[in-house]
Design a protein around this ligand. Sequence first.
Ligand code: GDP
Ligand code: MG
Length: 161
Amino acid sequence: MFGRGRTGGVLSAPAECNVAVLGTTGSGKSALTVKFLTKRFITEYDPNLEDTYSTEEIVDQQPVVVKVMDTADQHRRAPHLEGCQPYLDILALHTRGEAPQPPLILLGNKVDMERYRQVSRCEGVELASRYGCLFFEVSACLDFLSVQQVFHEAVREVRRE
Ligand code: GDP
Ligand code: MG
C-alpha cells in the first residue's frame, strides 16, 4: 500500500494531503481506510467500491486535510509480495525523473494473523528499500493508533518534499 500526496495551502486554509491506497484485492485497503476515518474495523466491504474520503487531522501540531483515495483494482493479483510489485513498478515508471519523488509507503496489513504470515518482515523491508519506500506493518482490526500513525507518517513525508 502506498501513500502519495501533495500539499497546497491557500492563505489560512489547512494544507491538503492526498493519499492513494493501492494494493491487491482483499489486502485490506478499505478496512484500513475506514479504520483511519472512523476508528472502527468493518469486516465486509464491497471489493469494487472506490471512493475518496476527507478528514481533518492534526499532525505535529499542524492541521491538515487528508484525502484518502481507497482504490479498487480490476486486475486480480496474487495477494502476496509478488502481487504488490506491479504497483511499485507502475509507480516507478510514472514518476521516473520527477524531483522530488512522490513519497511511498509499503504497508503490510493483517499482522493479527501472524500464524498465517506469508511474507517475512525482512522481505518487506528489503522490497521497500529497493523502491525507496518507508515500510510498516499494521492490522486494521487491532489498535487505531498504529493505523493512524501510518497515515500521519504519509503526511510527514509529503511535508518533507
Ligand atoms: P480491499 O479489497 O483491499 O479493500 O480489502 P478489504 O478491506 O475489503 O478486506 C478484505 C478482507 O480482509 C475483509 O474480509 C476484511 O475483513 C479482512 N481484513 C482487512 N484487514 C484485516 C486485518 O488487518 N486483519 C484481519 N484479520 N482481516 C482483515
Ligand atoms: Mg476495498
